[in-house]
Write a protein that binds this ligand. Structure first.
Ligand code: PEP
Ligand code: MG
Length: 592
């Protein structure tokens, strides 16, 4: 039978192209039946203890392996699982099942584990606890295996293959990664899960939310994964294989081209220096940022801690994370953005009511100024962390001057209440992501220490196009001259008032946008950590005078398409050596 390409799409998570066979990851079979009358309680308890000890030994080994490979932050992922194995209540509950209900150690363990997971599932909508449930499931399966449960997938068989699963826990991925797997395709999976972060750190191509993958895939089926395009091809034809072989080679050549760049500075050929910094959501990403040569954190999105718990974290919890990031990034600075909840990031604990237009509603600084206590607690945590490193505060969704005045008053109140040292100053910046803020940037620049342009929202609000609505994706373009004009105005007003200005939306890492942004005069670009090497390479090959010409021309175009065509021409004629990195860093329009 002739191979027919079956193309599936998902969310691109970790770049790279692999062509090979699928390994469908299955968990465990059901336990076999036993004769209850012959059950010996002591023997079953001994079996259980032995299984726990073996599971612990294995986990310790994986922890060491991953610690050696990626550092202690990653190995700490396993702490929850190790603690779980020592839980006294768990041991008691299993013992009860064995003794009173005449269950084998395996059955008793499975039933207690199931109850644990059901309780968590019932009690919470919190992503945080759901992730912990995944941890328990994971370590539970390891124990079941030791108790004689049969693994239907032998992980060793995954060597060199593309792993398919509904979801994977970080430990499962760490296990699999010891077999140098060629890629990961998940049917579900969250964009900011620990599994995703580990896959990126290990540089394994990964695509998530490929909804049909479980139904359509079979063990050892031929397949292709393109981790940057978010594409999976099952049963590829020879022609498709050749096409992706080419893509893979290009990708590897491009990567090769970037070797060693992370240690270099982002300076144009005529000596203009840019600050290239990273966007992060959880502290673990600092390692990836540093590895890719980030010289600071330009946007630390802090909603994650709230959303994973489902309610506001304690000051201590926030402080621990913020301080951890600040210490690790020192001497570079960390810009902590106060919570940008609302719109599509809702928290159980805050009543939002039903909003007809949530993106135009109660969001970001608007919530903080009304829910003052929540805001004050976060500011307290940030100020505490500022004593441990170089920390700056940034406010999201600012649309009026009054919001900044009030936020400054609250910050001053918090400082006074905590006796913040008089000789310490924490810079305050705002995001420019609402057109009114860009248009009022002359006034706003007199009130703060820096601006950071949130081009994701600035594009959405300027062009009146919902950034998450696929029906109108064709209209969503940060390179639209209308957006560029607002950016230009913002930069000019910032510089007139002697403050610096950065860009922290996705466009900061888009090769097409970089020449324009530096030509318009931005001082800092903050992007996803894995985009930094490409951005550095582009900057190091451009001159400021060339960038200015590109920027000026762009402002006179009619749309973003014309701008890209212009830049493509420049590359063909003048910057042929940059063709590879442009390809590598290009933002797929669909995935903005
Ligand atoms: C932006 O709007 O560009 C931005 C960086 O903020 P977020 O994507 O978190 O809304
Ligand atoms: Mg935004």
């Amino acid at each position: 039978m002739k191979n027919r390409d079956m193309i599936l799409r998902g969310i691109p998570i970790s770049p790279g192209v692999s062509i090979g066979k699928l390994f469908v990851f299955n968990r465990y079979k059901l336990p076999s039946k036993i004769n209850r009358s012959k059950l010996n309680v002591d023997k079953e308890m001994l079996k259980l203890q032995k299984a726990f000890d073996e599971a612990k030994n294995e986990l310790e080994k994986i922890r060491k392996h991953i610690g050696d490979m990626l550092g202690s932050d990653y190995s700490a992922i396993l702490d929850a699982q190790l603690l779980f194995l020592d839980d006294e209540e768990l041991h008691k509950a299993i013992y009860k099942q064995i003794k009173e209900n005449k269950m084998t150690a395996e059955m008793a363990f499975r039933s207690v584990l199931k109850q644990y997971l059901t309780d968590i599932e019932k009690q919470t909508t919190s992503n945080y606890l759901r992730e912990r449930a995944m941890d328990f499931k994971d370590v539970g399966m390891r124990v079941v295996d030791k108790l004689g449960g049969i693994l239907t997938s032998n992980i060793k068989d995954a060597k060199g293959k593309i792993v398919v699963a509904n979801d994977l826990s970080p430990t499962e991925l760490l296990n699999l990664s010891q077999e140098s797997i060629a890629g990961i395709i998940l049917a579900s999976g969250g964009k900011t899960s620990h599994t995703v972060i580990v896959a990126r750190a290990l540089e394994i191509p990964m695509v998530i939310q490929v909804k049909e993958i479980i139904d359509k895939s079979q063990m050892d089926m031929n397949a292709i994964i393109d981790g940057k395009g978010g594409i999976v091809v099952l049963n590829p034809s020879e022609k498709t294989k050749r096409q992706f072989e080419k893509k893979k080679k290009e990708y590897l050549d491009e990567l090769n081209d970037l070797k060693g760049i992370s240690d270099l500075e982002a300076v144009t050929v005529d000596g203009a220096k840019l600050d290239l910094v990273a966007n992060i959501e959880i502290p673990l990403e600092v390692n990836i940022a540093l590895h890719n040569g980030a010289r600071g954190i330009g946007l630390y999105r802090t909603e994650f801690l709230y959303l994973e718990k489902g309610f506001p974290p304690t000051i201590e919890e926030m402080y621990r994370d913020y301080s951890n990031v600040a210490k690790k990034m020192a001497p570079y600075s960390v810009i902590i953005r106060t919570i940008d909840l609302g719109a599509d990031k809702l928290l159980n604990d805050i009543y939002y009511g039903k909003e007809d237009n949530p993106f135009l509603g109660w969001r970001g600084i608007r919530i903080c100024l009304e829910k003052e206590l929540i805001f004050k607690e976060q500011i307290t945590a940030i100020l505490k962390a500022s004593l441990d490193g170089e920390v700056k505060i940034m406010l999201p969704m600012v649309s009026t001057v009054e919001e900044v005045i009030r936020a400054k008053e609250i910050i001053a109140e918090v400082k006074a209440s905590m006796n913040y040292p008089k000789d310490r100053y924490v810079d305050l910046g705002i995001m420019i992501e609402v057109p009114s803020a860009a248009l009022m940037s002359d006034k706003l620049a007199q009130m703060v220490d820096f601006f950071s342009i949130g081009s994701n929202d600035l594009t959405q609000y300027t062009l009146a196009v919902d950034r998450g609505n696929h029906k109108v994706t064709y209209l969503y373009d940060p390179l639209h001259p209308s957006v560029l004009k607002l950016i230009k105005m913002t930069i000019e007003n910032a510089h007139k008032n002697d403050i610096w200005v950065g860009v922290c939306g996705e466009m900061a890492g888009d090769p097409y946008a970089i020449p324009i942004l530096i030509g318009l005069g931005v001082d800092e670009l903050s992007m996803s950590p894995i985009s930094i090497p490409v951005a550095k390479k582009i900057i190091r090959n451009l001159s400021m005078s060339e960038a200015k010409i590109v920027a000026n021309k762009s402002l006179n175009h009619q749309n973003g398409k014309e701008i890209r065509e212009d830049i493509n021409k420049e590359i063909e004629e003048k910057f042929v050596s940059l063709k590879g990195v442009f390809n590598l860093g290009r933002i797929e329009h669909d995935n903005i």
